[in-house]
Write a protein that binds this ligand. Structure first.
Ligand code: DX5
Ligand code: ZN
Length: 224
C-alpha cells in the first residue's frame, strides 16, 4: 500500500457536487485517484455538517476504491460501529475530539478496519505519541479542519518530516497522510515534505484536467 516515493492520492468528496456523488466517484476513478476521502462533519467539532454513515455505506456499492473516512466529529466512539458496517476501509478520528483514544483505536481495529489518528495544526505530535505504535495511519491536518479551499499552513509540514523520522527509527507502520491546502501551487512543498498519502479536495474537483493534476504527485515532476 505504502510506497517510498509515489504517494497515494485521495480526492476529497467535500468539494464534489453533493447532488451527484456518483459522477464524483467516477471522476476520481477515471482520473487515477487511489482512495476516496470522506469528510464527515458534525457541526460542532467543525462548523459545517456534511454527511454520515449512510452516505458512505450507500456509496460503497458504487466503487471498489478504498474508502478513507475522516471523522471531524466529537465523540466518534458513538459512530464507529455504523461506519464499520458499511464501507469504510480507514476510519480516522481526531485526537482533539474525545478522551480515550487508545480504546477507540482498538474498537476500530476490532471491526477489521484500519485505524487513523488526526491532529489539527495547533496540536503537537507529542499528543499522540503513545498511539504511534498502534495506528495504521496518521493524518496531519495542514489547514484548520472544516472547509475546503484553504491555504496550507507551512509549519504543519514539519510534523510529516518528524513522523517519517520516527517511523524509520522506531519501525512503526502507519501511513503518513496530509489533508488541506494541496494544489498545483503547493505541490512542490508538499512533495518535499514527503507524505505517503495526500488528500486533495477543491484543487482536484476544480481542475480542468484532474487526471493530469493527480499525475503531478505521481511522477518525478519538475516541482519536486
Ligand atoms: C477539511 C477537510 C479536507 C478538505 C480539503 O477540513 O478535512 O479533506 O476536503 O480541502 P482542500 O484540498 O480544498 O484544502
Ligand atoms: Zn479530510
Amino acid at each position: 500500500m505504502e510506497n517510498n516515493n509515489i504517494p497515494i492520492v485521495a480526492p476529497s468528496l467535500l468539494s464534489a457536487d453533493f447532488s451527484d456523488m456518483e459522477t464524483a466517484l467516477t471522476l476520481i476513478e477515471k482520473s487515477g485517484g487511489d482512495w476516496v476521502h470522506f469528510d464527515v462533519m458534525d457541526g460542532t467539532f467543525v462548523p459545517d455538517i456534511t454527511f454520515g454513515h449512510k452516505m458512505v455505506n450507500d456509496m460503497r456499492k458504487r466503487s471498489n476504491l478504498p474508502f478513507d473516512v475522516h471523522l471531524m466529529v466529537y465523540h466518534p466512539e458513538t459512530q464507529i460501529e455504523k461506519f464499520a458496517h458499511g464501507g469504510a476501509d480507514y476510519i480516522t478520528i481526531h485526537a482533539e475530539a474525545t478522551i480515550h483514544l487508545n480504546s477507540i483505536i482498538s474498537q476500530i481495529k476490532e471491526f477489521g478496519i484500519k485505524a487513523g489518528i488526526s491532529i489539527v495544526p495547533s496540536t503537537e505530535l507529542s499528543r499522540i505519541q503513545e498511539l504511534l505504535p498502534v495506528v495504521d495511519l496518521v493524518l496531519v491536518m495542514t489547514v484548520n479542519p472544516g472547509y475546503g479551499g484553504q491555504k496550507l499552513i507551512p509549519e504543519t509540514l514539519k510534523k510529516i518530516i518528524a513522523l517519517k523520522e520516527l517511523k524509520q527509527k522506531m519501525g512503526y507502520n502507519y501511513i503518513i497522510e496530509m489533508d488541506g491546502g494541496v494544489n498545483r501551487e503547493s505541490c512542490a512543498q508538499v512533495l518535499k515534505a514527503g507524505p505517503e498519502a495526500i488528500v486533495t479536495g477543491s484543487a482536484f474537483f476544480d481542475d480542468k484536467d484532474p487526471a493530469a493534476y493527480i499525475q503531478l504527485f505521481k511522477t518525478e515532476c519538475n516541482c519536486r
